[in-house]
Design a protein around this ligand. Structure first.
Ligand SMILES: [Zn+2]
Length: 256
């Protein structure tokens, strides 16, 4: 039954996206131009994190990793347009949302730092099971968009996720399924020792994913490597003080 509803959900997404191929990724309104990702209104009203706000110290504190830069694009709250955009990047099945968000990130990165500093952009991997279920890895779409804007080459062979999709826990019952992620760096990372790797994810919630991915890379290089992070969104409360409720909400809906 659960499986059936999952299949139905998938079919529904693809039917909706083929019936309404030109809808805004945030508010769902029909956009005028074919291929447009966000409507005018959303594009200008999204809660972009100001470029003069440097959240790198906060991210270092959250992850306990000496990140070179931490660069988030948007802040969001429960049910606002930013959070719907991030969810649609992951779950709508419409891949141009992720590519476009990646391009927005690419422009943000260029505005913050010299993009020439980075030697490659690495998407946070999802498990092969999850990739099979979803049909794509949203972080890879983001990385592709970043490459289009900045020219930093995407590398999907440096990190792997050997986690398992679990379907038999309380967590899983609530979410239909959830993933116990296990991030590992491959030996190919050694080519990038002494260089600068930009890791990309959709959101930062507890910092756990960022910590594990960064640590895996750094370990392969005996800490002789720079790691930076770019994400689409972070909970707005993280900008000020930690708010447990909001973090838990985010952790639940953005799991995996
Ligand atoms: Zn809109």
């Amino acid at each position: 039954m659960e499986r059936l509803s999952k299949i139905f959900k998938k079919v529904k997404y693809s039917v909706v996206s083929s019936l309404y191929p030109h809808t805004c990724g945030a508010c769902g309104a029909v956009v005028e131009t074919e291929g447009e990702t966000l409507c005018e209104e959303c594009r200008y009203s999204l809660d972009y994190i100001p470029l003069d706000v440097d959240l790198t110290p906060l991210a270092r504190e959250m992850t306990h990793v000496q990140l070179a830069y931490f660069m988030p694009l948007l802040s969001y709250r429960k049910s606002n347009i930013e959070s719907r955009f991030v969810l649609n990047i992951k779950n709508s099945g419409i891949q141009r949302y992720g590519i476009e968000a990646g391009r927005m990130m690419g422009r943000m990165i260029k505005a913050r730092v010299d993009a020439g500093e980075f030697d490659c952009v690495v998407p946070v991997p999802i498990t092969s099971k999850r990739q099979e279920m979803r049909g794509y890895n949203q972080s890879e779409l983001l990385a592709t968009g970043i490459e289009m804007e900045t020219g930093i080459p995407v590398r999907t062979d440096l990190l792997v996720n050997e986690g398992k999709v679990v379907s038999n826990s309380i967590e899983a019952k609530r979410h239909k399924s959830s993933t116990a992620n296990k991030y590992l760096a491959t030996d190919i990372v050694k080519e990038f020792c002494g260089r600068h790797i930009l890791v990309v994810d959709d959101v930062i919630t507890t910092g756990k994913t960022i910590r594990e991915c960064s640590a895996a890379i750094m370990e392969k290089c005996d800490n002789n490597v720079k790691v930076s992070i770019a994400v689409v969104g972070m909970v707005s409360d993280l900008l000020g003080i930690y708010n447990d409720q909001n973090t838990i909400y985010t952790k639940n809906i953005f799991d995996d």
